[in-house]
Design a protein around this ligand. Sequence first.
Ligand SMILES: Cc1cc2nc3c(=O)[nH]c(=O)nc-3n(C[C@H](O)[C@H](O)[C@H](O)COP(=O)(O)OP(=O)(O)OC[C@H]3O[C@@H](n4cnc5c(N)ncnc54)[C@H](O)[C@@H]3O)c2cc1C
Length: 247
Amino acid sequence: MAILTHYHRPTEMDEALALLARTDVHLVPLAGGTALIPALETRELREVEGVVDLSRLGLEAIQADGDGIRIGAMVRLTDLMEHPTTGTLADGLLRRTAACEGPINLRNMATVGGTVVTAHPDSELYAAFLALDAQVHFRDAQGEHRIPLAAFQGLEQGLVIALHLSPGQDLRGGHARVARTPRDRPIVAAVAVVGEGVERVALCGVASRPVLADAPLAPPDDCTGTPEYRQAMAQVLSRRALAQARS
Ligand SMILES: Cc1cc2nc3c(=O)[nH]c(=O)nc-3n(C[C@H](O)[C@H](O)[C@H](O)COP(=O)(O)OP(=O)(O)OC[C@H]3O[C@@H](n4cnc5c(N)ncnc54)[C@H](O)[C@@H]3O)c2cc1C
């Protein structure tokens, strides 16, 4: 385990940002800890000296936001799945894809903000947020921003505060995947959303982070699949996810 000499649990956003901007000590945000703690334990993040715990910033609500939904960065994946609105949206697309992120003990801890910042290349939940055209609300040294998740390339420093969805009426969802076993993480997966004037597909397993299907793909080459296989699967799975959403 890396030796952490600093632990902070601020109650104000400005205080959290000021801590993360410190140059005399290297502090990083701590959300559910499911990605961060293993990285500290294996000393992958040797330079980290302390954490800023985000649990007291009031970021764990799912709320109506005009005609949309605001999902706080500290919402746990289990709460996202069980919430009457986010759990049922587009045929339960967030519930179905969050279930693929890991076992229940992981979902009870991992957060929406952590998932967005980690942007794991095979995150089907991240792909579902892309297909739902989510916007990400974050603060950094330049100020406060709200941009499409598809344009978000991560944070050098700062905090993701929330995701916003404006799903409109009657959205349907589809989800198709190939994996080594049914419970394994996907090699490639496609998530589709269709509705009036809406047809969006997002993919994972074909680039360094999940992407919309019309973005340039750069599939990895590893023991689970060659780039050619992944590219071919992306097309097959996109068709299947769209067919499921339309059916
Ligand atoms: C057994 C296991 C299986 C896993 N399977 C998957 C999987 O299938 N797919 C997948 O995508 N991931 C997987 N993960 C990785 C991880 O669980 C997810 O990425 C998770 O959603 C991270 O959320 P967290 O709240 O635990 O983040 P943390 O571990 O707390 O943080 C992760 C990173 O994000 C930063 N961060 C967190 N919240 C914020 C915020 N609001 N603003 C700015 N920075 C922030 C942290 O500083 C850290 O760098 C797995 C992990 C484990 C241990």
